[in-house]
Design a protein around this ligand. Structure first.
Ligand code: FA5
Length: 338
């Protein structure tokens, strides 16, 4: 056997000359690896004369010990313990999927529905594409009536000209309800509405309203006022009070504009309420007898009240959101805040 391969001095010199951990790893493989010098020497011992084996065995062991010590010593010099770079952490963090939630306008709609359901009301819905009868005619807006101009209408190119439209308010759902069910009726009707309007801080071409209708024997304007007061304090809190001012809608008589004390200045007067102390929420009034006649309800037997508010206006006031388009921009920073 050629023991020149087990030259400890040469091996130690090669190890001392190594500069990197990789070079040391190569040397370890060359001397101590599976097919390295030490293993090859051990294999060849089997072929030797038994008398020679102890001497060669000792030489192999001395070489192994010397090389191992030299490798460890040099490793400690090149890469002292603790100096290794921290291992790259490839663990995927738990970025927990964010849960979606209802849009602020929908949250407000549900909250108001709950208030009215607790007062004994039902929730009803109607189509967003309406016909002239339900959106105007049955609501006592005859063709050519100037009040039609109060709501700039977006017509749909269907049927006769100007007979099909995107509903301009939720009041047509009142007609649909009264056409299909006899009194007593206590319903709220939330939904999307459309007007061909110039967009500004508080007005949008697409917005939402919530309509209310009560039809029963003996209902009075006092019932309307009390219902509105109950719902505003349920949504805005008890310190907010409401008022009714004379107004005009073809489908209610008398009609009123419904306003609440400004939630920003406690009615002292500020920019938001145009220094009046009041903020308008919507319209209301007692159902006009002509509307009852249009749907076959006897106005001598029944009376009723109705109201309709802009839905966006509620969270706008409660949270100070402005302009109204913020609701429809779908900016996730806004959406995730509420
Ligand atoms: C109506 O739409 C009536 N249908 C309300 C009504 C119902 C009166 C039942 C009587 C009985 P008006 O056009 O004023 O009324 O609209 C009511 C509310 O909807 C407004 O006070 C406002 O809060 C909201 N609103 C109206 N137009 C817009 C718009 N372009 N953008 C956002 N909100 C609007």
């Amino acid at each position: 056997m050629d023991l020149s391969e087990l030259d400890l001095g040469a091996a130690q010199a090669a190890i001392a000359a190594a500069d990197t951990v990789d070079e040391l790893a190569d040397l370890r493989k060359r001397f101590l690896g599976k097919k390295g010098a030490v293993n090859r020497a051990k294999e060849s011992i089997k072929t030797l004369d038994p008398a020679e084996r102890p001497k060669v065995g000792q030489a192999v062991n001395a070489f192994t010990t010397g090389v191992t010590e030299a490798l460890e010593g040099r490793e400690a010099e090149i890469a002292p313990p603790g100096s290794a770079e921290p291992p790259l952490d490839l663990t995927l963090g738990s970025h927990g999927r964010r849960r979606g939630h209802l849009h602020l306008v929908t949250q407000c709609q549900r909250e108001l529905e709950d208030v009215f359901v607790s007062l004994g009301y039902r929730v009803a819905e109607g189509p967003e594409v309406e016909d002239d009868w339900h959106n105007f005619e049955a609501l006592n807006f005859p063709v050519g009536h100037p009040a039609r101009a109060m709501q700039d209408t977006l017509y749909v190119d269907l049927g006769e000209p100007e007979q099909v439209m995107l509903r301009t308010h939720t009041s047509p759902v009142q007609i649909r309800l009264m056409e299909t069910q006899p009194p007593p009726i206590y319903s709220v009707m939330p939904g999307r509405t459309y007007r061909n309007e110039t967009v500004d801080a508080r007005h949008s071409a697409v917005f939402h309203q919530i309509e209310g209708l009560a039809v029963d024997r003996g209902l009075t304007f006092g019932d309307l006022a009390g219902t509105l007061e109950t719902f505003t304090s349920a949504y805005f809190g008890k310190k907010v009070t409401s008022r009714l001012l004379p107004s005009y809608f073809p489908f209610t008589e008398p009609s009123a504009e419904f306003a609440i004390t400004c939630v920003f200045c406690d009615a002292a007067g500020c920019r938001v309420c145009s220094y009046t102390g009041w903020i308008e929420l919507g319209g209301c009034g007692m159902v006009d007898p002509n509307v009852f006649l249009a749907v076959g309800i006897d106005p001598e037997e029944y009376t009723g009240f109705a109201f309709g508010f802009g839905l966006e206006r509620m969270p706008m006031l409660r949270y100070g959101v402005e302009p109204i388009k913020t609701f429809f921009d779908n900016d996730s920073r806004f959406l995730s805040r509420y």
